[in-house]
Design a protein around this ligand. Structure first.
Ligand SMILES: C[S@@+](CC[C@H](N)C(=O)[O-])C[C@H]1O[C@@H](n2cnc3c(N)ncnc32)[C@H](O)[C@@H]1O
Length: 240
């Protein structure tokens, strides 16, 4: 079980590496639902500090292009060198709006806690992710979202949580809303959609990391946000 492998990654459950709810737990669960073929080529889109890329390379045995906007390729290259994974992980600094890759280059695009920052429409998905997948390849996505629509006081508390930023507010959607947004196409099919079971553990690791944003997030959970939040998993396959 991929989840059992997390034991070897506990040193990364800290504020130096985590950028939100524990991405390694989310990834391990996604890989159980959608195993990747050993030796395949994977883009880790929005890889942050690269810990998901490390897990993909070591545990799934894939070649990873660790792609991120906020974290520089030089910083990720240093970590990848320390991990002695230079043969399997390539650090790339890029914006999802303008990726430097050949079309149909990847067997999979994995995106953990990042996709909602840049995909806000079906067209975004079709332009930013789909072209880079080989036919038959899959996008494996975990996004923070909602169990149920926000209403009344909860909607106000949520808006306060995101600092009044309407774009951030709108990026949290239910599974149903994501299914409607990505929609149907002759080119791809949503083959799996679900809420991740590791939701609470992933958030608890983030709270326990002592990161200042984690401390703030914990306060909002205590105000009832946990009743509304979920982690949504999507597996979207490019048709042959
Ligand atoms: C909350 S962090 C999660 C990072 C990592 N996946 C993890 O869970 O540890 C979101 C990441 O999305 C990346 N991101 C946001 N917008 C992006 C864009 N337009 N292109 C590429 N990456 C983007 C950021 O650089 C950031 O590292």
């Amino acid at each position: 079980m991929m989840k059992d492998r997390l034991i070897d990654y506990r040193q990364f459950f800290t504020k130096e590496y985590l950028m939100g709810p524990n991405s390694l737990r989310l990834l391990a669960e996604m890989l159980e639902k959608c195993p990747l073929k050993k030796g395949s080529r994977v883009m880790d889109l929005g890889c942050g500090m690269g810990i998901t890329s490390l897990f993909l390379a070591k545990e799934a045995g894939v070649i990873v292009f660790a792609t991120d906007l906020w974290i520089s390729a030089t910083d990720n290259a240093r970590r990848i060198r320390e991990w002695k994974m230079e043969d399997q992980i390539v650090p790339i600094h890029a914006d999802a709006h303008d990726l430097p890759y050949a079309e149909e280059y990847f067997d999979a695009v994995v995106s953990i806690d990042a996709f909602h920052y840049f995909v806000t429409s079906k067209e975004d998905f079709e332009k930013m992710v789909l072209p880079y997948l080989k036919k038959g390849g899959a996008a494996v996505i975990a996004i923070p979202g909602l169990k149920k629509e926000l209403d009344g006081e909860a909607a106000k508390t949520f808006m306060e949580w995101v600092g009044g930023d309407q774009k951030d507010y709108d990026s949290f959607k239910t599974r149903k809303a994501w299914l409607e947004l990505i929609g149907e196409s002759e080119e791809y099919e949503i083959v799996q959609s679900f809420e991740l079971g590791c939701f609470f553990e992933a958030w608890e690791d983030w709270f326990a990391s002592g990161h200042e944003y984690g401390i703030k997030d914990k306060e909002f959970f205590a105000r009832g946000m946990d009743e509304y939040l979920a982690f949504i998993g999507l597996v979207i396959q490019r048709k042959q």
